[in-house]
Write a protein that binds this ligand. Structure first.
Ligand code: PLP
Length: 446
């Protein structure tokens, strides 16, 4: 039962919502105070990629705390953050070889945007400051990150933004209205970036930021492979930096360690968070390529930006341990469980209430529609996203719900993003619960 508490939380309405109280967690399970064992089919918010209480983590906390927990990285260095930066540089694609530490996904993107501005200032082009992003994206809650964010629900109420930035169409084939083959449509979607850069003026645009595969707004939406090749070419042609926001997709969430590996395209910067520590401590980072980092090597160029807790040895030690766990075997297991989940849920693709069903690695996304032919979303007042979430929770499975966009361009969503390490029997339980939940809700809304 909920007890009176002082946490200010009003996302879903009600200052003190009656939330299930978790007593403890292990593997893919959350055990409530009432003794109910829920399956965490969302890994929190696609965070706990390794599951809870992974063996060996306690020793890392203990030994690093005994050594040193906190240092200001502006004045001291230490093995843990240095080792982590080396590991990330080694495992990242291409020449993403320098690492700037931050504490949350939002902060990682803020840092990437400021790095982009400072980079162009160093090159004598201070007027290149605009960031282009996509509608239906999520890049974080702080004002800079929110200015780039294209999820209209998350933006609503916080206008005016600090910056006047640009948005192009989401990489969401289900709702594209471009003509032609899937490849031609993907090219047309990417070409919107070029049109926007030209309209705004190439001398003013610093960066394009995108989630390689859709996350919180349009989970598991993956554009045709040609999309990012086209984006890369456009960025190069107009001297615009390409920032891949891998905060959610990084660390095996879509199969490979990083989602950009699906596309064989290397961004100039990459934001990381969530799975970097699998939720054991807060930590995030921006990976920067040589082209950008080299400008900062100059004596007269600085980057006067940073956060008190960034790169702290305790989080770095945890991240070192966690990143080591993402072996080929663990990534492969995530892929297999994802395939199993996708194939057990595949019949839902034909369900009258499911407009789009997609899966990539251990990440599944469903969009619910009132009319499968016209793709008309449900009326928001029906709160279909919440009805499905509640019905799945009643069946012992925690999922990640997504409200439809406030401008009606996309319907309510459901994301499944379980730990990569979950068991086959948990996959089947998730599939059963989600199918049952959708049937349940369908019988009520029709
Ligand atoms: N970027 C992406 C792609 C995300 O999914 C999120 C969070 O869901 C963020 C940024 C923001 O991260 P944080 O909530 O850690 O600030």
């Amino acid at each position: 039962m909920a007890q009176h508490n002082h946490i200010f939380y009003k996302w879903g309405g009600g200052i003190e919502p009656d939330l299930p109280r978790v007593d403890h967690a292990h593997d893919e399970f959350l055990v409530t105070e009432d003794g109910e064992k829920l399956i965490d089919a969302a890994a929190g918010a696609a965070v706990t990629n390794l599951g809870h209480s992974v063996p060996g983590i306690e020793e890392i906390f203990e030994s690093q705390s005994a050594e040193v927990s906190y240092l200001s990285l502006s004045h001291f260095s230490h093995d843990a953050p240095e080792d982590l930066a080396r590991t990330l540089a080694t495992r990242a694609p291409g020449d993403l070889s320098k690492v700037f530490f931050t504490n949350s996904g939002s902060e990682a993107n803020e840092a990437a945007f400021k790095l982009a501005r400072e980079y162009f200032r160093a090159r004598g082009k201070p007027e290149k400051s605009v960031v282009v992003s996509r509608w239906q994206s999520y890049h974080g809650a702080t004002f800079g990150a929110l200015s780039a964010t294209g999820n209209t629900l998350r933006r609503r109420g916080f206008e005016p933004f600090l910056t006047d930035w640009e948005h192009i169409s989401p990489a969401y084939p289900y709702r594209w209205s471009f003509d032609g083959t899937p490849e031609e449509q993907a090219r047309a979607a990417a070409r919107e970036l070029e049109t926007t850069i030209r309209q705004r003026g190439p001398d003013t645009v610093a960066a394009f930021v995108a989630e390689p595969v859709g996350g919180a707004s349009i989970p598991a939406a993956a554009p045709h492979p040609v999309y990012y090749k086209e984006i890369r070419d456009i960025c190069d042609e107009y001297d615009v930096l390409f920032i891949a926001d891998e905060v959610m997709t990084g660390f095996g969430r879509t199969g490979p360690l990083f989602a950009m590996e699906h596309y064989g395209v290397t961004p100039d910067m990459m934001s990381l968070g969530k799975g970097l520590t699998s939720g054991y401590t807060p930590m995030s980072a921006v990976l920067v390529n040589d082209k950008v980092a080299d400008e900062f090597a100059r004596e007269d160029v600085s980057f006067a930006h940073g956060h008190t807790f960034a790169g702290n040895p305790l989080s770095a030690a945890v991240a070192n341990f966690v990143v080591e766990q993402y072996t080929d075997g663990v990534l492969e297991r995530g892929q297999q469980r994802g395939q199993q989940l996708a194939s057990e849920l595949a019949p839902l693709a034909d369900h009258p209430m499911v407009g789009d069903f997609r899966a990539i690695g251990p990440m599944v996304g469903l969009e619910f529609v009132a009319d499968k032919d016209t793709k008309e979303p449900f009326d928001p007042s029906q709160k279909v996203y919440k009805q499905v979430y509640d019905a799945a929770l009643d069946r012992g499975v925690y999922t990640y719900p997504g409200k439809g966009s406030v401008d009606g361009v996309a319907g309510d969503h459901l994301m499944l993003s379980p730990p990569l390490t979950l068991s086959e029997s948990s996959v089947s339980r998730i599939a059963e619960a989600v199918e049952g939940a959708i049937e349940d809700v369908y019988s009520r809304v029709h």
